[in-house]
Write a protein that binds this ligand. Structure first.
Ligand SMILES: Cc1cc2nc3c(=O)[nH]c(=O)nc-3n(C[C@H](O)[C@H](O)[C@H](O)COP(=O)(O)O)c2cc1C
Length: 357
């Protein structure tokens, strides 16, 4: 059931699959005769120099996957010179995760417990030094993830007789996972809202759906947070312009990895419209469907300044904790380096549409 939670999307998974398929339809225009001696993957994101254009997307409840979870991911991000964004639904508190690495971290904001709850999260993120708030706008109602329905799982989950009966057999078939999960204290709750451990408590203290954020909230966060504000979940030029108007510093073109509106466009297809609409006024990143290094080059050639991955690093985490996340990051960046050599382009910052057919 944890695998399905990570691997699955909403509805018929059309958007999730379209994200991946869109990359296959983009063809490079390689140049010969000037083979690069070396490749630079360095980029600047919101004024910060990174050694890799591959960032880690915010993913909820990572403690159900492996105990290294978010803390492991921020450690890897620091080691690799990149950034991890931490979900409001993190399995340890945002303070606990902040202490795991001194490098820049971003905090993804859901309105857990409405505006008052969001206010307190923003203050806490400010107090422990998160560099940006990533406001996710595509999650105003819970989307039906049919694999979760089939597994009869609702996150977060209370440990009681029903859940033991329901998940006991499948957990016993995964003894290593079960052992790690029990040892980690069964992190199924919403750690950022300590009171919320059961479903009804989550409804009372931590529902993100009672007052989902809108454009005016971007301005509201701006006034309360001294770092940067990034808006996640944008798919159209109209919304991109709106995000710029209300003062966002950056936009993530995202459809939540095909986990919210099924039928939303593949992010790679939506990216050029967003890039054109903002006209360089704010930075544009993208996520969704990146599974190879060449995908990163294609997204950057279509105007993304950086990209995020979600599921790929969660798969690495599931296999081997921190080490698995490192392996996934290194595999994708090694593939990107190879792509750059074969393209004849020595610097990811030079990628633009002239490198595409
Ligand atoms: C298991 C899982 C949990 C996620 N939880 C969140 C979340 O809490 N907040 C959020 O903004 N996005 C969340 N996302 C979406 C990711 O941030 C990202 O947009 C998406 O995974 C990118 O697509 P990819 O998985 O194809 O790389 C989640 C994705 C997955 C797979």
């Amino acid at each position: 059931m944890v695998f399905d939670y990570v691997d699955g999307g909403s509805g018929a998974e059309i958007t999730m699959n379209a994200n991946r398929a869109a990359f296959d339809e983009v063809t490079f225009r390689p140049r010969m005769g000037e083979p690069p001696a070396s490749i630079s993957l360095n980029i600047t994101v919101l004024g910060q120099e990174l050694r890799s254009p591959l960032l880690f997307a915010p993913c909820g409840l990572m403690g159900t996957i492996h105990p290294d979870a978010e803390s492991g991911t921020v450690r890897v991000a620091e080691a690799k010179g990149t950034i991890a964004a931490i979900s409001s639904y993190s399995s340890k508190s945002l303070e606990h995760i902040a202490a795991a690495s001194s490098a820049t971290k971003w905090f993804q904001l859901y309105f857990l417990g409405g505006r008052a709850g969001a206010m307190s999260l923003v203050e806490r993120a400010e107090a422990c030094g998160y560099g940006a708030i990533v406001l996710t706008l595509d999650t105003n109602v819970p989307a039906s993830r049919e694999r979760d329905t089939r597994n009869r799982v609702i996150f977060p989950l209370a440990l009681n007789l029903t859940s033991i009966k329901r998940f006991g057999p499948m957990s016993l078939a995964r003894p290593l996972w079960l052992w790690r999960f029990l040892r980690a204290g069964m992190p199924f709750h919403v750690a950022n809202v300590i009171e919320a451990r059961t479903l009804s408590e989550v409804d009372t203290h931590a529902s993100i759906f009672n007052s989902p954020p809108g454009w005016n909230d971007v301005e509201w966060i701006r006034q309360r947070f001294s770092g940067k504000v990034v808006v996640k979940g944008i798919l159209t030029g109209e919304d991109a312009r709106r995000a710029v108007e209300v003062g966002a510093d950056a936009i993530i073109v995202s459809n939540h990895g095909g986990r919210q509106l099924d039928g939303a466009p593949a992010t790679l297809r939506a990216l050029p419209e967003v890039v054109e609409a903002v006209g360089g006024r704010v930075e544009v990143y993208m996520d969704g469907g990146i599974r190879r290094g060449s995908d990163i080059a294609k997204a950057m050639a279509l105007g993304a300044r950086a990209v995020f991955i979600g599921r790929p690093y969660l798969y690495g985490l599931a296999l081997a904790g921190d080490t698995g996340v490192v392996a996934v990051h290194d595999m994708l960046t090694a593939q990107l380096t190879e792509t750059m050599h074969l393209l004849g382009c020595d610097d990811v910052r030079k990628l633009d549409s002239s490198w595409l057919w």
